[in-house]
Design a protein around this ligand. Structure first.
Ligand code: CMX
Length: 135
């Protein structure tokens, strides 16, 4: 496994309407995209900081992963995403090292990326995402 960089940091928020203006001011850059990912039961908003993005996540369903996270832990950092060149190979490698996979094979995430999550119980409490941009 050898990620190339931190692709994004996901932050769970109650309300994008409240969080977007705050982050625009704090980061000094506009939110450049808002996208609903129905399969993940979230609405996302993106900011670019150098090579890395901040992804704000608002839940669209209390039973979705972000809805449950906020209910349990409150707003805050939800996951960290590493960019990789060969997602399938990284997943195989992770599995061989005994890391518990949430996604055994890649699926489509926001911004057309191919993504897969590793379970936080086998990554020292941090929900970890690998993502690959095939464009
Ligand atoms: N970070 C760290 N720990 C987390 C966590 C997170 N984001 N989400 C859940 N956990 C922990 C819980 O605190 C709980 O720990 P305890 O057992 O010690 O209390 C444990 O994981 C189980 O949590 P749960 O609330 O019972 O939730 P589930 O097991 O049903 O689901 C998880 C947890 C991680 C498997 C699920 O959230 C998941 O599949 N996540 C991946 C998909 C995702 O998060 N999508 C949203 C982002 C999409 C995007 O970026 O586009």
């Amino acid at each position: 496994m050898k990620p190339t960089h931190i692709e994004h940091i996901g932050i769970a928020v109650q309300s994008l309407d409240e969080a977007i203006p705050f982050y625009e001011k704090m980061l000094g850059t506009p939110c450049y995209a808002i996208e609903e990912v129905a399969e993940q039961k979230v609405k996302t908003a993106f900011f670019k900081i150098g090579q890395t993005k901040i992804e704000l996540l608002e839940s669209t369903d209390p039973e979705g992963p972000v809805g449950k996270f906020i209910e349990k832990k409150g707003e805050g950092i939800h996951h960290i995403a590493f960019a990789v060149d060969n997602l399938e190979a990284h997943l195989k490698d992770a599995e061989q090292q005994g890391i518990r996979l949430i996604d055994a094979s890649p699926r489509k995430g926001a911004e057309g990326l191919h993504i897969a999550f590793l379970h936080p119980k086998s990554t020292f409490g941090v929900l970890t995402e690998f993502c690959e941009d095939k464009k």
